[in-house]
Design a protein around this ligand. Sequence first.
Ligand SMILES: Cc1cc2nc3c(=O)[nH]c(=O)nc-3n(C[C@H](O)[C@H](O)[C@H](O)COP(=O)(O)OP(=O)(O)OC[C@H]3O[C@@H](n4cnc5c(N)ncnc54)[C@H](O)[C@@H]3O)c2cc1C
Length: 416
Amino acid sequence: MSSLPSSVDIAIIGAGAAGLGAAHALRDSGLSFIVLEARNRVGGRGYTIQAAPDVVFDVGCGWLHSADRNTFVGIANELNFEINKDLPPWRDRAVGKAFPQDERAEFIHTLDGFFDRVEEAAKSGRDAPADTLLEPGNRWNPMIDAISTYINGTELDRVSILDFDAYEDTNLNWRVRRGYGALMAAYGASLPVAFDCAVTLIDRSTKRLRIETSQGTLAADKVIITVPTNMIADEAIRFHPALPEKVDAAAQLPLGLADKVVLALADAEALPKEGNLRGATMRTEMGTYHLRPFGQPCIEGFFGGRFARSLEDAGDGAIAAHSIDEIASFLGNDIRRKLKPLKESRWAHDPFARGSYSHALPGHSGKRAVLAAPVDGRLFFAGEATSPNFFTTAHGARDSGERAAKEVLTAAALKA
Ligand SMILES: Cc1cc2nc3c(=O)[nH]c(=O)nc-3n(C[C@H](O)[C@H](O)[C@H](O)COP(=O)(O)OP(=O)(O)OC[C@H]3O[C@@H](n4cnc5c(N)ncnc54)[C@H](O)[C@@H]3O)c2cc1C
């Protein structure tokens, strides 16, 4: 823990994956820097908790997506964090009778057809809402929309086709046994971070930047801003003079919503490890359930989009209560007495996230580059939303921080 200095060469705002990536890249630069973090921990949207003595739970990110290009894999190896390469459960392994295998195969086939149409449509370079690529009347459409709420945090009517297509997925998904958030905490452990330090204003009208925080004011030559887009769009952090193009870009890249719940599971051996449970509900308002991740005695549920929002708005415990009802509808009422809520996320209500991950609204896929662009050689921008192809992810965020730090070093070298 660092106290707030009165002056640094570089201030990094936010100690999530992006801020930590930026800080590591500045470590040997000879420049002084500090990470200003509103929370009392590092990791941001990466956060692991011990939900029960035998249950480790990632409240935010859990999967090392595109694992063969994911820079957190090398970091995990360096820090001796065991990596688990078991296949994710979300495509093939069905449990129970709620989603019979032949139905599931038809659904996956229809979903893949939709993804193919996105790729084809993007080649034209013309943008439109992604729901225009659904086959009219196809019975699986509501559930394809549910998948969008998991991937994009929002329904397809709010997703840009070009942005959807720009996302790179190498289809290799690994996990960190001790938790992705725990890995981030270890990655950030030796860095200078001022905690409980919420930035409210970046004054760029003066020769040196003046940064107002909840812990006082500091001066910096340069700043790397890594906060979630909603913080910029809502002007929770303000610029003086104002930067309307940044506020606009952030507003067109809003955070969608994904929420997770973990339920303790008694008599866990009765259900398979690493199974997937969901129903052919034909609804967008549905959860998807991961049974016994890492063999732990628990079930994790995942919700997205407007449905997740409505569950959050219904109050604490609503996600867990809904999960138990839905699981009972698939497996029978006897399961109820075996399930106990341990923890649920509330990312939309989290004051320093205000959502889960970013999507570009239709017509605005170019806004990621607008948000990422430096201003005056003094303000630099990172965070998952600025990643050109790995947006929404932790590794995309980390790499964007490193990119911003390199821009800072180039600008500093030019000035010297
Ligand atoms: C439920 C859920 C599941 C996810 N699953 C995955 C997954 O499986 N794989 C994956 O790769 N990604 C996943 N993600 C996304 C991933 O967690 C994020 O993309 C990534 O962690 C974002 O990192 P970041 O540094 O850009 O932002 P953040 O992690 O949000 O970091 C920004 C930091 O800025 C701080 N901050 C905000 N406002 C201020 C302020 N005014 N002053 C100072 N500090 C401030 C915040 O507290 C935060 O620590 C998931 C996210 C959620 C919510």
